[in-house]
Design a protein around this ligand. Structure first.
Ligand SMILES: [Zn+2]
Length: 118
């Protein structure tokens, strides 16, 4: 399988829609982060999918870079467990380069980058 960080945004969305059908069932308002975070987004999607109940789904509304970190906004079903997943992704994103997914740190410009993409 192609590495998630090497997928185009379209390929990545198709991949997610095939596996996490409910949370990826709506058209995103915004999807504006680099491919380095695809892996994190996919993991978060799988975790969120487990919170879906028949007739009470949740879905990803938007995926954005907010103050350097990954912000996944969820619509539909809400709850503490769901908030924990999105918070987990946000915290994790501060350790992975947004461009390539290798380990990185927040730079003085407020973006998470590895040494190759600083
Ligand atoms: Zn990088």
């Amino acid at each position: 399988m192609k590495r998630l960080a090497n997928m185009t945004q379209e390929e990545f969305q198709n991949h997610c829609q095939n596996i996490c059908r409910t949370v990826w069932s709506q058209t995103l308002h915004n999807f504006d982060v680099g491919p380095g975070w695809h892996g994190l987004i996919f993991l978060a999607s799988c975790r969120l999918e487990r919170f879906c109940r028949p007739g009470d789904p949740l879905y990803i509304k938007s995926i954005e870079n907010y103050k350097g970190a990954l912000r996944i906004e969820v619509g539909g079903r809400q709850g503490q467990g769901i908030d924990k997943v999105t918070k987990w992704a946000e915290i994790q994103s501060l350790h992975f380069c947004e461009i390539c997914g290798n380990s990185g740190d927040i730079t003085e410009h407020g973006k998470v980058r590895c040494i190759d993409h600083e």
